[in-house]
Design a protein around this ligand. Structure first.
Ligand code: ATP
Length: 290
């Protein structure tokens, strides 16, 4: 096994967008099965893990991120990750985690999940555990639906609660313009609104899919690295309820779509909006317009 180290261990973990998200019917326990295509984006969380007696955390952020709502106790997902790892390995070790956030909080981009995945990897290295990747993946799934993807990165399909991930092929690059929003949104509230929306419109929209599945056209577009093809297939079942809760977002979405974006969508449960541009120059133009 690798030796533990006294040096600080630095990791960078990416946030994500869901380029496709189909949500199944609500289950007895209130949760939903989903089928999603995740893609990691180049907006990173930085976590530095330093040997310490206890498990502690401090959270700072770049100027566009408001960290006021981020807990710095045992409710923080990164702290929970470190505790779970120590407990699973049967060791009594501490760590100080310094989290520097670039990902909007409660923005639908999996920032907390990235912190948790980073904490697992950093503590595994710092404590010299050498835990197998599959075992880290199992711990990730216990921490949250998006954590296994955060650990895996790249492009992947997520089923179950989104936690059963398998890598997908993707080629080239996609240029997204991400529009954060000051007011975060709660994922359970958005799912609740989706259930209410489906009940209200049961006659028009029919039943929710029993077994959600990712549209094969999405996978094809990702494999081709073809932005126009991808734009024609992106979809998010949480978009309608998110916009219903936050009509102000619909105006920004329309603005982006009429200003050259190939497609616009709500990222995860929102409120971050993601606009797909045909190339880097168009993305910069769109960024300036928005
Ligand atoms: P997802 O896309 O995975 O649903 P999100 O990006 O919408 O997540 P996060 O920023 O990950 O949302 O966090 C949502 C809530 O979780 C926050 O409001 C905060 O109270 C709590 N939280 C716990 N740990 C963290 C963390 N390390 N960073 C951010 N929020 C955290």
């Amino acid at each position: 096994p690798p030796r533990s180290t006294l040096f600080p261990y630095t990791t960078l973990f990416r946030s994500k967008i869901n380029v496709f998200l189909e949500v199944g019917d609500v289950q007895d326990d209130g949760y939903h099965d989903v089928a999603t295509a995740y893609q990691a984006v180049s907006l990173y969380e930085e976590i530095v893990a330093t040997a310490a007696d206890e498990i502690t955390i401090d959270v700072t952020a770049r100027s566009h991120v408001d960290v006021e709502g981020v807990p710095t106790d045992d409710r923080n997902l990164a702290v929970r990750a470190a505790r779970l790892l120590a407990q699973t390995a049967g060791i009594d070790r501490g760590v100080h985690l310094s989290v520097h956030k670039s990902v909007p909080v409660a923005g639908g981009m999996g920032g907390g999940s990235a912190d948790a995945a980073a904490a697992l990897v950093a503590c595994d290295a710092l404590w010299g555990l050498g835990m197998p990747t599959v075992e880290l993946g199992r711990l990730a799934a216990r921490l949250g639906a998006d954590v296994p993807f955060a650990l895996m990165g790249g492009t992947a399909i997520g089923t179950g609660r989104g936690d059963q991930v398998s890598p997908a092929l993707a080629r080239g690059r996609f240029d997204w313009v991400l529009v954060p929003n000051e007011q975060g949104m709660s994922t359970p509230v958005v799912y609740g609104e989706l259930d209410a929306h489906r009940k209200r419109h049961a006659v028009d929209i029919g039943p929710a899919p029993r077994v959600p599945a990712v549209d094969p056209d999405v996978l094809h577009a990702l494999r081709q690295g073809d932005a126009e093809m991808l734009a024609a297939t992106v979809r998010n079942d949480l978009q309608a309820p998110a916009l219903h809760l936050r009509p102000d977002l619909a105006r920004v979405l329309e603005r982006g779509e009429s200003s050259g974006a190939l497609a616009g969508l709500v990222s995860g449960s929102g409120p971050t909006l993601a606009f797909l541009a045909s190339d880097e120059a168009s993305a910069l133009d769109l960024q300036v317009t928005l």
